[in-house]
Design a protein around this ligand. Structure first.
Ligand code: SF4
Ligand code: SF4
Length: 430
């Protein structure tokens, strides 16, 4: 698809009135006080790219790639410009003019084949266990990794031994009377980095009258590809997943990952597949997609059992950008936490500010990502919370790194893990 014909590029750029509202809310601009790092500057850059005033080269790509894709600018833009979409489309256009073998290996070969992705995660786990990873660090071998990967590999320092997929069946019956047939979209981050979240999701859904089917052919939701200039690969992944999930007669398609639910949303499907033959099939699919937190509140109206706690546990909640900004889901995760017996929710001062993880961003922009994370950790630590809850594997990974970095003794969890624990055993003993 020609970059110039993508709706945000074709129609929205001209609506920019240069008001600077986007700039005032951008977490990257707060760190790099330079117009080229600001969303307003990005809009202008994309316009110049579209009009052929600047060449689609790597220098422009790097400037656009400073953006976290957190969507804070887009939701604050009075002209309704999807600034992150403009940026993603431009990155893809530049990438197509400057392809890189490294990116093709990562995003086309590894990240489109779940088996290969799993094998590389296992290799990482093996390196930790055999002591090869610390050895590679001591000898400086990790400094040879591309971009900021050498610094960022410490983020991936606790890869679980077993994926969720290897511990789950493809189908689970509802406990008690069946109310819904649910397709569980098990994303790569939950599967490989947070398998406990997937087990908890299946546990809570089945306890609440859902038959859960986990299609084994599911592939990545495509969000890492969108952020890395691989729009065409993201389209192919979306088409694959639509075809797989549409083969079933699901009432809902549920995911516990904020990034996946935003990638599978109608808005993103329109961005990726609008005007293509598959558009109607994509809408059919996207209209069934719902984030787990919203499903448990709006559809299930979950009642979490009283286990007779007489102690309270302090939990604070961080809004993943792809849930709060991309989908407007803020109250549901909080409501879930409040419904867990024994939990006291303590708001941090800036729950809706990005943690700096943003999927692969921390791997490509480690130092900048850490500056943003440190601010987030300051507001988390002010709460004194014993647990930090959030709904995105990337945020979980980043905040775990933040707690280590600041030596803050607090566990980072997905709300569904606390709910599952409440069903199975008290969080705190009586
Ligand atoms: S907020 Fe919107 S209209 Fe204002 S400068 Fe940014 S992109 Fe332009
Ligand atoms: S998406 Fe986030 S990081 Fe990117 S320009 Fe907008 S506010 Fe800044």
């Amino acid at each position: 698809m020609d970059f110039r014909n993508i709706p945000p590029v074709k129609e929205q750029i001209m609506k920019c009135v240069r008001c600077g509202k986007c700039r005032s809310v951008c977490p990257v601009f707060a760190e790099i006080r330079n117009e080229t790092a600001a969303p307003r500057g990005h809009v202008f850059m994309v316009q110049m790219l579209r009009d052929g005033v600047v060449e689609p080269n790597n220098e422009i790509y790097e400037r656009l790639a400073n953006c976290l894709m957190c969507e804070t600018c887009s939701i604050n833009c009075p002209s309704g410009i999807d600034i992150h979409e403009l940026n993603a489309a431009a990155r893809s256009y530049i990438y197509e003019n400057n392809p890189s073998l490294g990116k093709e290996l990562i995003f086309d070969t590894l990240w489109t084949k779940p088996g290969l992705l799993k094998t590389s995660t296992k290799l990482m786990w093996g390196a930790q266990k055999t002591g090869l990873q610390p050895l590679a660090r001591r000898t400086g071998l990790t400094r040879l990794l591309p971009g900021d990967l050498g610094k960022a590999e410490q983020i991936l320092s606790s890869v679980p031994a077993r994926s969720a997929r290897s511990q789950l069946k493809n189908k689970y019956k509802a406990q008690g009377e069946k109310k819904y047939t649910v397709g569980y979209f098990l994303g790569c981050g939950t599967d490989l980095l947070n398998p406990g979240v997937a087990l908890a999701t299946v546990d809570v859904l089945t306890r609440n009258g859902c038959e859960v089917i986990i299609p084994p052919e599911t592939k990545c939701c495509g969000l890492p590809h969108i952020a890395n200039g691989k729009l065409e690969t993201a389209r192919l992944l979306a088409i694959h997943n639509i075809k797989i999930f549409n083969m079933y007669d699901f009432d809902y398609i549920i995911t516990d990952c904020a990034s996946c639910s935003s990638a599978l949303s109608r808005k993103n499907m329109e961005f990726l597949l609008g005007g293509l033959k598959i558009e109607d099939e994509a809408k059919l699919f996207a209209d069934k997609v719902m984030d787990l937190t919203k499903f448990l509140i709006e559809i299930i109206d979950i009642k979490i059992p009283e286990n007779g706690y007489n102690e309270k546990i302090k939990v604070t909640y961080h809004d993943p950008c792809h849930l709060a900004n991309a989908q407007g889901i803020k109250s549901e995760p909080r409501e879930l936490l409040k419904r867990i017996p024994g939990v006291t929710l303590i708001e941090m001062s800036d729950a809706n500010r990005c943690c700096g993880g943003s999927g692969t961003y921390v791997l490509t922009h480690y130092d900048l990502s850490m500056k943003i994370l440190d601010k987030k950790m300051d507001s988390i630590m002010e709460t004194g919370a014993e647990k930090i809850a959030t709904c995105c594997p990337s945020c979980i990974m980043q905040l775990k790194h933040g707690t280590k970095r600041h030596n803050y003794k607090s566990e980072v969890v997905h709300p569904i893990e606390l709910i599952s624990q409440a069903y199975n055993k008290p969080i705190l003993k009586k």
